[in-house]
Each structure stands twice: as C-alpha cells, then as structure tokens.
Design a protein around this ligand. Structure first.
Ligand SMILES: *[C@@H]1O[C@H](CO)[C@@H](O)[C@H](O)[C@H]1NC(C)=O
Ligand SMILES: *[C@@H]1O[C@H](CO)[C@@H](O)[C@H](O)[C@H]1NC(C)=O
Ligand SMILES: *[C@@H]1O[C@H](CO)[C@@H](O)[C@H](O)[C@H]1NC(C)=O
Ligand SMILES: *[C@@H]1O[C@H](CO)[C@@H](O)[C@H](O)[C@H]1NC(C)=O
Ligand SMILES: *[C@@H]1O[C@H](CO)[C@@H](O)[C@H](O)[C@H]1NC(C)=O
Ligand SMILES: CC(=O)N[C@H]1CO[C@H](CO)[C@@H](O)[C@@H]1O
Length: 396
C-alpha cells in the first residue's frame, strides 16, 4: 500500500524517447497515473533532504537473554541538508536470488562537474576487492536484536572469522543476504556518533557517507528454484543507515534500531511481493513527504527484472538533492568517471524536465513508537517539495 501523500506529490512522466524495436509503447509519448505497463530506465527522487531528527540506540540490555531489550537515547541526532538523512553513512544490502559481479562506490565534490573517484571496488571474476567488507547475519541469535553480524564467508551467507572476499560464483538464494561496508573500522561502540552504539562482538565498519556519492552494480537476479517461506524470489539491493545493521536489522524490539524514527533507508532495486517478481521498485523510507515509515515513498515506476542475463545499474546521490536510480547496459565501473558521463546516463530530456510540475506542501503528523514502554515520541516535519519523476528510455 502506497501512501496517499505520495500520489498527491507525484508527477508521472513516461516518455518514449526513441521508438524502436522492443518498445513497449511504439506509438510515442504516454503516461499513466496508476502504474506503467513496462519498466523504466531511470527513476529520480528530487529535492531529497530535510531537517529532522532520529533517536539513536543508547543501551542494549541482556542481548542474549529472552528478556533482552534496548533503550533509545533521550537526546536525538539532528540531520539537515541536501539528501539528509541519506547523506549519513549507509550500508549496502543484497538479498537473493542474486549474484554480484561488480560493485563500485564513488565520491565527487560536485555531481555536476569534475570527476567521480572510485573509493571502493569488488570484482567477482578477477577476485579483486578494495575498501569493501562483506558481512552477513550469521552470528548469535537474539530475540530483540535478531542474528548478529559476522564476516561473511566466501559464499556470502556463512560465518567467517575474518574479512573474506566473495567467491566469483556468489549466487545467494531467496531470503539470504550479505552486506557491504567499507574496510574502515568503527571506533569503540558509543565512542562517537559516527558509528554510534553497536552490538558487542560484531565486526563494526563504517558505511559510505556524504551528500554526493554514487554506487554502481553489475548483478544477476535469476529466478528462484528453492521454495522458501519468506521472501521467495524477492531479490533486492538496498541501503540502510549503517547504524541499523550494527544494532538490529531484524529484531523484535523497535528500540534496538534508529530505523523507526527515520534514520533512513533507500531501496533501489527491490521486488516488493510475490505478485510482481519481475518488477524492481525504488522506495525511500524516512519522514520526508510521508508519515508512514513502513511504506515510505515509493516511486510509481519500476525497472524490469531480467532473470536470464546480467543487469547493470546504479544510484547517484546528487549534489542538487536528486537521487537518480538507473539501469544502463553499457555501464562501466571504472576507477574514475567524468561527471558529464554520469550526467548523460541519468539526464532527463528537456521536454520531460519542462513538463515536470512541482508541488509545495507542508505537512505534519505524528509517528509514535512505543517499545517495551521505553520511549514514545512525536515527530513532525515539514517537507517543502518532493516530486518523483521517471524517464522512460529505450531499455530493451
Ligand atoms: C556457505 O558457507 C558456510 C560456511 O563456509 C557453509 O556452512 C554453508 O553451508 C555454505 N552455504 C552453502 C549454500 O553452500
Ligand atoms: C573507504 O571508504 C570509506 C567510507 O566511504 C572512506 O571513508 C575511506 O576514505 C575509503 N578508503 C579509501 C582508501 O578510499
Ligand atoms: C534456477 O535454475 C535456473 C536454471 O537451471 C538457473 O539458471 C538459476 O540460476 C537457478 N536459480 C537459482 C537461484 O539457483
Ligand atoms: C506488489 O507490489 C507492487 C509495487 O509496490 C504493488 O503495485 C502491488 O499492488 C503489490 N501487489 C500485491 C498483491 O500486494
Ligand atoms: C508552510 O508553512 C509555512 C510556515 O508555517 C507557511 O508560511 C506557508 O504558508 C506554508 N505553506 C503551505 C503551502 O501551506
Ligand atoms: C500523452 C498522453 O497520453 N497524455 C495524457 C496523460 O494523462 C493525462 C491525464 O489522464 C491526459 O489528459 C493526457 O492526454
């Protein structure tokens, strides 16, 4: 279920820029407000970033006992500015069925000019990895926290006692997950707010921070063959505020994570349910433009999942507050990329930009969280403008 607010703020533009073979709509321009019939190539969230706050985990009590619990800090972390809170450190999550061929993380001073420098890299075929740590949930179970993070073994889902590169054939199944962090170790738990408080005993690494950043992927999402109860054939690539997995990603106590109070998540290529396993959606989960953290703000278009060949794509967190998610067949994950090239991958046709309508709106609501009677709070926010637009290029 999508929030009504999103619908109110969303302008859907589907433009066929070059009619041709394989075109889902060879007649030319078309639009729809109730979901398109075929995949898009780019999804852009504009005007991302707002001033807000979230609650950090302060204490993790009796983590392995059945009455384990957490408390959130009374003070809160304030965030502001372009792309906030997604300008904070993010971890990158992969759910199967998926195999990762290539990964690159980049930074730039300005997404509109100069160059993007690659700071992190993984190449499955050449077995190269730089500034990447693969973790997974193979550690000690806990009711309030879920399973602890550990280093991932080479298949992505087993336990390893030190940092291990994923093997070249790293296909993981439905409901299996590995996570990429940088190789920069966190300070001691609670030492500062960069990594915050985290679960004791885990390998704790920094995520990827900054307003302007880019992540590129080459991956496969083959059809699932093994029937599982959860997340059957629902692969995904998504980002969380890196504090979330270090405390609790799948626990039962919402006070064990900053997620509920909106520290941030963006799903870039995600199968949402078992009825739409060939569609990859993009969703932001924070309180910008939506009071519903669970449903978040989902873009109204989707990428087509190709189960029989490699897909290439990425996400650009622009200096201008536009987050562009795209698929591109001739993507190169080279060590440096011209901003102009990246811009050309995600640029929207003039006609489309001119046609964009924007909505300015203030809204406020309450999002209360009560866990084990710990802290209930109210959150209000103002959103100035959110619009979501889609560029429908020739994808096939
Ligand atoms: C993955 O690796 C772990 C540890 O090395 C092993 O126990 C597990 O069976 C492997 N999983 C598969 C599906 O091979
Ligand atoms: C590795 O990634 C982290 C997080 O983005 C970054 O702070 C660090 O500078 C990177 N290391 C190198 C050598 O680029
Ligand atoms: C399922 O089977 C097909 C055909 O053998 C194979 O290509 C695909 O990789 C398999 N998927 C998984 C998740 O193992
Ligand atoms: C599956 O997810 C898509 C995308 O969010 C949505 O449009 C569709 O209604 C969902 N279907 C079901 C059965 O929930
Ligand atoms: C938004 O809030 C500001 C400050 O409260 C107010 O001045 C402005 O008129 C509001 N805008 C809308 C569209 O309601
Ligand atoms: C090109 C095209 O089909 N435009 C349509 C977009 O949707 C509006 C509202 O339904 C129509 O009025 C346009 O004709």
């Amino acid at each position: 279920m999508r929030s009504l607010l999103l619908t109110a703020l969303t302008t859907v533009l589907l433009t066929n820029l070059a009619a041709g073979e394989g075109s889902p709509d060879p007649t030319g321009n078309s639009n729809t407000s109730s979901g398109s019939t075929s995949g898009v190539d780019t999804i852009a969230f504009q005007n991302v970033g707002f001033t807000g706050y979230y609650y950090d985990v302060e204490k993790i009590l009796k983590p392995t006992s059945k009455d384990c619990s957490c408390t959130l800090s009374d003070s809160f972390t304030v965030f502001e500015g372009t792309n906030a809170p997604l300008n904070e450190e993010l971890s990158i999550h992969f759910r199967g069925p998926l195999s990762l061929k290539l990964f690159g993380a980049y930074t730039a001073d300005d997404s509109s000019t100069g160059t993007w420098d690659r700071i992190s890299y993984y190449n499955a075929e050449s077995q190269t990895s730089t500034n990447v740590t693969f973790l997974t949930h193979a550690g000690e179970a806990s009711t309030c926290l879920g399973s602890a993070l550990t280093y991932a073994s080479s298949n992505g889902t087993g336990y390893a006692d030190s940092s291990t590169i994923l093997e070249s054939n790293n296909l993981i199944n439905s409901n299996e997950e590995f996570i990429i962090f940088s190789d920069l170790e966190c300070p001691e738990s609670g030492a500062d707010n960069s990594c915050g408080v985290y679960r004791s005993g885990i390998p704790a690494y920094h995520g990827f921070s900054g307003t302007t950043k880019m992540f590129l992927f080459e991956f496969e999402m083959p059809e699932a063959n093994v029937t599982l109860e959860y997340y059957y054939d629902m692969p995904a690539i998504w980002f969380l505020n890196a504090k979330i997995p270090r405390t609790s990603q799948y626990g039962s106590d919402a006070s064990c994570s900053c997620w509920n109070s909106g520290c941030g998540e963006i799903d870039v290529f995600e199968v949402m349910n078992s009825s739409t396993t060939d569609q990859l959606y993009s969703t932001i989960h924070d309180y910008q433009g939506s009071g519903d953290i669970n449903n978040g703000m989902q873009a109204d278009g989707y990428f087509s999942r190709d189960t029989s060949s490699t897909m290439k794509g990425g996400v650009v967190f622009g200096t201008d507050g536009t987050i562009s998610i795209f698929m591109l067949d001739n993507l190169e994950i080279s060590d440096s990329l011209e901003a102009s090239s990246v811009t050309s991958w995600i640029s929207l046709d003039d006609e489309v930009v001119d046609a964009l309508s924007s909505v300015t709106m203030n809204t406020s609501s309450t999002a209360s969280k009560k866990s084990n009677g710990v802290i209930g709070f109210e959150q209000s926010w103002t959103t100035t403008l959110i619009s979501v637009m889609f560029l429908f290029l020739m994808y096939f």
